[in-house]
Write a protein that binds this ligand. Structure first.
Ligand SMILES: Cc1cc2nc3c(=O)[nH]c(=O)nc-3n(C[C@H](O)[C@H](O)[C@H](O)COP(=O)(O)OP(=O)(O)OC[C@H]3O[C@@H](n4cnc5c(N)ncnc54)[C@H](O)[C@@H]3O)c2cc1C
Length: 503
């Protein structure tokens, strides 16, 4: 049995000696006890607890052929389309358990990306990356390691290439027979202070001139030369108030800037070194896996928001009004669209090589994420509409706890008598903090790549010329047409072209 409990995970990240982690200018010794990071650790911990909870263990556990044992699904290599669908279901459920981003997906997607990429490289004859990766995978699975995934470079001037501004992309500064030295920084890294290991990958396709930036590796976070600067979030000060209403749901995520200052990476943890030709493929594989996942976690947060809005409508007696019912229906429609495309990306998966290598359907994965850049904003707007202005103006829990003010608040903010004013404030705060969160709004736009990145892929895959031929044929402009076997007018991605395809 290689399934860690939540407690075991928390204990594993308590003591660090080498990494420097900063929150609001101060170095943190024990991340598990720091009030700013604690909600984030609790959300991460939920991914471990889920493997032991009766309602979720069927989703949160999987069988690994690599270690011949049951493992936490967050370390699992997808072996079938059903596995990919289980991923989406697990993420939706975990959103219900946390009301937050639980931060373990990027590392998981990085693990699957490296499995496929090193395997594709091995099939071209270079086998050492794959062999090293399999050893690493076994280590991760046997120890149920908490991973973060670091892909996004700081990028400086976006139109300049890595070799034109070396400081803006993480790079290899020296190669020895034992390993490599790397310097640079990765930005916006989810759950970084809560992770034990970081998987680092290139953020974009590279040219030959950029080869020193084409590097993939893993490292324990607690390594000499690594610094983490944790970022701020909307309403984050509430985490440190010791309250139990205003900061609800009291689980949340964090992101951070991770800086590598001449960090040594032993060769057995290097999975790509100067293979600039494979960078674009790696990015394509990772981004599709990660974009698919958003169909699960964001629809799960959508459920929390829909539930809160429905409850608030009942509290003020408007739940039966036709326009409120329409708005709730609209929220469900938007939410299930995100989930539905995530499921389609899973169940219409593509097998890229023998021994698994199940990759998500790239068109549906990119459509999923594109919907996610838009629908959460719409869902937030609709829930704000239903909640009323109180979502932006409610008194604090400290006012409610002041005996002089409690009576006034209870009298004037009371709705239907079946509900207490405190219940109203609790749901208002939950709705505010989830619907306006970084996890539901900002991450939905930029996480897994900004909106334009998906549109580029969607346009690359959709075969406009073939669609035009169909139109011309039906308009009797062309007398014949060679219909393709596939129903979808889609072209193959670069990844499909180099991998073996079997549906
Ligand atoms: C909450 C959150 C969590 C995240 N978690 C992770 C994580 O765990 N790991 C990780 O690796 N990354 C993570 N990311 C980073 C995410 O992948 C990036 O934010 C995303 O790829 C966009 O990059 P950027 O933020 O640098 O924005 P940019 O790429 O700079 O985008 C800003 C704007 O510039 C435009 N633009 C960019 N380049 C060009 C160009 N060459 N020409 C024209 N227009 C351009 C974009 O389309 C966009 O409109 C996270 C981001 C967020 C917000």
């Amino acid at each position: 049995m290689v399934l860690r409990t939540g407690e075991e995970y928390v204990n594993a990240i308590k003591h660090r000696n080498k990494v420097e982690i900063y929150v609001m200018g101060n170095e943190v010794n024990d991340v598990t006890e720091h009030p700013f990071l604690k909600p984030s650790i609790l959300a991460f911990k939920a991914t471990y607890d889920a493997a032991y909870e009766e309602d979720s263990k069927h989703l949160a556990r999987a069988w690994s052929v690599f270690v011949n044992d049951e493992v936490n699904r967050f370390t699992h290599i997808h072996r079938s389309p059903e596995d990919l669908a289980y991923k989406i279901k697990l993420l939706r459920k975990l959103s219900h358990k946390t009301g937050a981003c639980f931060q373990r997906c990027v590392g998981w997607d990085a693990l699957n990306t490296l499995y496929v990429t090193t395997k594709l490289i091995a099939e071209k004859g270079k086998k050492d990356y794959y062999e090293r990766f399999i050893e690493y995978l076994k280590y991760v699975q046997k120890n149920d390691i908490a991973l973060a995934g670091a892909m996004t470079d700081v990028k400086g001037v976006r139109t300049l290439k890595p070799h034109e501004q070396p400081h803006a992309y993480l790079r290899v500064t020296e190669v020895t027979k034992d390993g490599i030295y790397v310097s640079g920084a990765k930005a916006n890294i989810t759950g970084i202070a809560a992770a034990e290991e970081v998987i680092v990958m290139p953020t974009r396709a590279m040219s030959e001139k950029d080869q020193e930036f084409a590097v993939a590796f893993s490292t324990p976070l607690d390594t000499e030369g690594i610094k983490v600067i944790v970022g701020r979030q909307i309403n984050d000060g509430r985490r440190m108030e010791n309250g139990e209403i205003d900061g609800l749901p009291y689980r949340s995520n964090h992101e951070g800037l991770i800086v590598f200052d001449n960090v040594f990476i032993p060769m057995e943890r290097v999975f790509m070194l100067k293979d600039w030709q494979m960078s674009g493929i790696l990015v394509e594989i990772f981004s599709a896996y990660h974009r698919q996942g958003y169909g699960g976690c964001k629809s799960g947060l959508g459920d929390v928001i829909i539930g809160a809005a429905y409850n608030l409508a009942k509290q003020i007696g408007v739940e039966k009004a036709p326009h409120i019912q329409n708005k709730l229906t609209e929220m469900v429609l938007l939410n299930e669209n995100m989930y539905g495309t995530g499921m389609a990306a899973s169940l219409d998966a593509i097998k890229l090589c023998e021994d698994g290598c199940w990759w998500v359907n790239p068109m549906f994965a990119n459509i999923t994420k594109q919907l996610v850049t838009r629908f959460p904003y719409e869902i937030t707007k609709l829930s704000t509409d239903i909640a009323g202005g109180i979502i932006g103006t409610a008194p604090s829990e400290w006012d409610l706890k002041n005996p002089k003010l409690r009576q006034l608040i209870e009298k004037y903010l009371q709705g239907i008598m079946d509900y207490s004013t405190e219940e109203r404030l609790r749901i208002v705060r939950l709705l505010e903090n989830v619907s306006f969160s970084v996890a539901f709004l900002i991450e939905s736009v930029h996480g897994a790549g900004s909106p334009e990145a998906q549109r580029i892929v969607i346009n690359r895959i959709y075969d406009y010329d073939y669609a035009e031929k169909i139109a011309k044929y039906l308009a009797n402009i062309e007398k014949s047409i060679n219909f393709k076997e596939n129903a979808e007018p889609w072209k193959k991605t670069d990844t499909e072209k180099i991998g073996k395809q079997e549906k």
